[in-house]
Design a protein around this ligand. Structure first.
Ligand code: HEC
Length: 165
């Protein structure tokens, strides 16, 4: 049975509707071109998120929480006059700010940014500009964003685009 099936398949005439051999190089070129940039992008962003998470755990989690949950009672001022570290998940207000503001806050620290804005506030947020590379700060921010639900990510992205205009 199997033998006769194979003999039949072998003897089949070429199907005129299937792409012939001469089409193969063109197909390979098209297929080869399309997925590569997408795959490379996906790969890079996954790696960034992984390294962003590691950097977050090392530099930020002590105050903002391993699960980005922030410190307890983060809306109430402590006895020393400072506010506790807020969460970075969707319950906090990190996503209310555009990228430039967030990067500035992380790089220079809360005090420098708020002083520049004329806000009277004693900030407990240290600056990381001398500890982290700009690319590392971006990776941390990408990691934080990767934990947000899509509608929050969209809202924050729109805010960043509007601020950059
Ligand atoms: C020593 C504790 C501490 C560490 C470590 C720390 N933060 Fe903060 N962070 C704070 C506090 C406290 C605030 C609350 C606002 C303020 O005082 O400026 C804050 C605020 C922020 C804000 C503004 C959030 C908002 O909703 O306005 C961002 C963004 C932020 N931190 C990111 C980071 C990142 C990223 C790291 C790690 C690279 C980090 N923080 C490490 C204490 C800390």
């Amino acid at each position: 049975m199997a033998g006769s099936w194979r003999r039949w398949a072998h003897g089949m005439p070429a199907n005129p509707l299937l792409p012939g051999r001469h089409l193969m190089p063109a197909l390979v070129a098209i297929i080869g071109l399309m997925p590569v940039p997408a795959a490379a992008f996906l790969h890079a962003s996954e790696t960034d998120t992984d390294s962003g998470r590691a950097l977050y755990v090392e530099h930020c989690a002590a105050c903002h929480g391993v699960d980005l949950e922030g410190q307890p009672d983060w809306r109430s001022r402590e006895a020393n006059g400072l506010y506790p570290a807020p969460p970075h998940d969707e319950t906090g207000h990190t996503w209310h700010h555009d990228d430039a503001m967030l990067i500035d806050y992380i790089t220079r620290g809360g005090q420098a940014v708020l002083d520049d804005m004329g806000v009277t506030f004693t900030s407990g947020m240290p600056g990381f500009g001398s500890v982290l590379e700009a690319s590392e700060i971006e990776a941390i921010l990408d990691y934080i964003k990767s934990t947000w639900p899509e509608h929050i990510r969209d809202t924050q992205a729109q805010r960043s685009n509007a601020a950059a205009d």
